[in-house]
Design a protein. Structure first.
Length: 133
């Protein structure tokens, strides 16, 4: 650690900071709460994701349902379900999925190789597993 003195004493230690299991559990619980109050979207874009992004590249539709389970103290499993009939997915190729909180802040975005096209009677489910370390 390096000690700096300016108007206050400040220590700077390089490397990773360890968070406790308790904080991991609290963060995972908060994430579950945010997702449960939120929504999901699918889109047609497949470009890289940036942490400053606020929405999908090319939004196609809002999810039929989003559910979240805290499967372990620090693991959250999110399920985003899209109905072909309700999601205007007919004939489309999906390349991205996003999860949003109740204030429409994007929490998670995943881009992937295109899947589809879909018919109006198809149901599409995305499973996203997040681990707080």
């Amino acid at each position: 650690c390096t000690k700096y003195r300016h108007d206050y004493i400040h220590y700077s230690c390089g490397g990773r900071i360890l968070i406790t299991e308790k904080l991991q559990n609290l963060l995972a619980t908060q994430l579950k709460t945010l997702v449960d109050a939120g929504s999901g979207k699918v889109g047609l874009g497949g470009n890289s994701t940036y942490s400053s992004q606020t929405d999908l590249d090319v939004v196609l539709s809002t999810a039929t349902s989003v559910s979240c389970v805290q499967s372990d103290a620090n693991v959250v499993q999110i399920k985003v379900t899209m109905s072909g009939a309700a999601a205007a997915m007919t004939g489309q190729v999906i390349r991205e999925v996003g999860v949003f909180d109740g204030s429409s802040n994007m929490l998670v975005r995943e881009n992937f190789e295109g899947i589809g096209p879909f018919s109006s009677n198809d149901t599409l489910e995305f499973f996203i597993i997040l681990e707080v370390e």
